[in-house]
Design a binder for this molecule. Structure first.
Ligand code: SF4
Length: 464
């Protein structure tokens, strides 16, 4: 299911906090566990140096992307891979349609891939009479519920075990008190037959090594390996920003992504896929296609501030530590990518107007930048998009007038002191109610009491 679009973020997040306390509990608990794992896993290595190195390699790859894309294309073609280019989501779906029609595909299995969510692959294939089954356990669960992912790494992070128990009892006939292991076993049994029946396996690509044309995929469940090797056709849909120059670069990227995502030194399974089954091989697909997808990435790359967001390796660490994301999970954002990375990617990929108000869905505490393994300056980019939103007249006029008034007062000390005195005098009648313009802060919590003395006087007198 496709997300609803960012415009309804304020209402959806309010509703989630008020009406779905279980979501807040589940998301908070899971993200704290993920983040604790990341912290411990980073302590085992010289994380600062690894992060610098990953940032520099990605920076180099992105600033020479045209060259590396051609290198990658040549390497993949040498390996027997059919390479396709897709400028837009519609182009990517057209390519998929051509493959499906030519091969008479009726059933597809899918490995977890945020890009395919972004493109709307499932809905497209279903509308073309192809049955699609998600095979990652979390994706399988949300597909059964008809929901989009709530997190980049843990799509069903917003659900409790009890939610899954009830769902599986209804769909798979498991006992109502089934243990988590029994639920996983039931899903595995149901999915096993799907792998065997599918003509087509669809994956994303965590990384693409240009030098060798290797698509690298990390996972924990083994479903990616089955999706990419059991069906007779494998299609990997890869965003053009996923390139790294050399095969050897994969080593550090795979490890630091896993450490940042879940705290594992590396995922349980790493697949390095370099082409279809060879003449002397028994396993693997007969055909392998790689679709290199732009869908707005070149536009982001051309923006001399926003382009840094393209370094993202989709580890989810910024979501896990974000105090805003933790309250609601990903659904209220209304965009495939939620949390801090979603808030800076949406304006570039969707256009600023359509992405509003996501650049404001942050407290700017800076925790996201502290945990990003590729050192994306997320708070700076949030401020950048906010500046652009103000320039474009996309923020409410009352807020613009209030900020303008503050700027005028802040530049004139006498006026500033007078305004402060007036606010203090008015503070008793206002009380601690919801305030105009500041409603976003004061609707859900009490406004702080005003200090009886202004800060500059407290400072002069010596703050206790
Ligand atoms: S922005 Fe950084 S922390 Fe967030 S998902 Fe991307 S790589 Fe991970």
């Amino acid at each position: 299911m496709m997300p609803d679009g960012p415009a309804g973020y304020p209402e959806r997040s309010k509703r989630s906090i008020r009406e779905q306390p279980g979501v807040r509990r589940a998301v908070s608990a899971a993200t704290r566990t993920f983040d604790g794992g990341r912290e411990a896993a980073w302590r085992e290595i010289d994380a600062a140096r690894w992060r610098d190195w990953l940032r520099d390699v990605k920076r180099h790859a992105l600033t020479h992307l045209d060259r590396y894309l051609e290198v990658a294309e040549r390497a993949m073609e040498r390996n027997g891979v059919r390479v396709h280019w897709a400028e837009t989501a519609a182009d990517a779906l057209d390519v998929l349609d051509g493959i499906v029609r030519a091969a008479g595909v009726k059933r597809a299995v899918k490995a977890k891939s945020m890009l395919t969510e972004e493109l709307g692959v499932n809905a497209f294939l279903e509308s073309h009479d192809v049955t699609v089954r998600e095979t990652d356990l979390g994706e399988y669960i949300i597909q059964l519920l008809g929901q989009p992912p709530s997190h980049i790494v843990g799509p069903a992070i917003h659900l409790s075990v009890e939610d899954c128990r009830q769902l599986f009892a209804r769909v798979l006939g498991t006992p109502p008190d089934a243990t988590p292991d029994a639920l996983a076993a039931a899903a595995r049994a149901a999915l096993r037959t799907e792998f065997l029946k599918a003509d087509l396996g669809i994956s994303g690509g965590n990384f693409l090594a240009a030098e060798t044309g290797t698509v690298a995929l990390i996972e924990n469940e083994g479903n990616i390996r089955l999706s990419t090797s059991a069906p007779r056709i494998h299609v990997a849909m890869v965003g053009i920003e996923k390139l790294v120059p050399r095969f050897v670069d994969l080593s550090a990227f795979l490890q630091l992504t896993s450490r940042s995502a879940t705290g594992q030194p590396i995922g349980n399974y790493v697949s390095l896929i370099q082409g279809p089954r060879g003449d002397d091989e028994r396993d693997g697909p007969e055909e392998m296609h790689v679709v290199l997808v732009d869908n707005g990435r070149t536009r982001v790359l051309a923006d001399d501030r926003a382009w840094e967001a393209l370094r993202c390796v989709r580890c989810g660490a910024c979501l896990n530590i974000c105090p805003v994301y933790r309250q609601t999970g990903g659904h209220p954002y209304g965009f495939t990518y939620s949390g801090p990375i979603g808030a800076i990617l949406a304006p570039g990929l969707l256009g600023l107007e359509e992405a509003m108000p996501l650049p404001y869905a942050s407290s700017l505490c800076g925790a996201c930048a502290d945990v990003c393994p590729v050192r994306i300056p997320i708070p700076d980019l949030l401020l950048y998009w906010r500046e652009r939103a103000v320039e474009a007249g996309l923020v409410p006029s009352a807020e613009r007038a209030a900020m303008h008034g503050f700027a005028v007062a802040a530049e004139r000390p006498t006026l500033f002191h007078l305004a402060g005195a007036a606010l203090r005098a008015a503070s008793s009648p206002i009380g601690r109610r919801s305030l105009p313009v500041l409603g976003g802060w004061t609707d859900e919590r009490l406004a702080p009491s005003f200090s009886p003395k202004p800060f500059h006087r407290l400072w002069r007198e010596g703050i206790e």
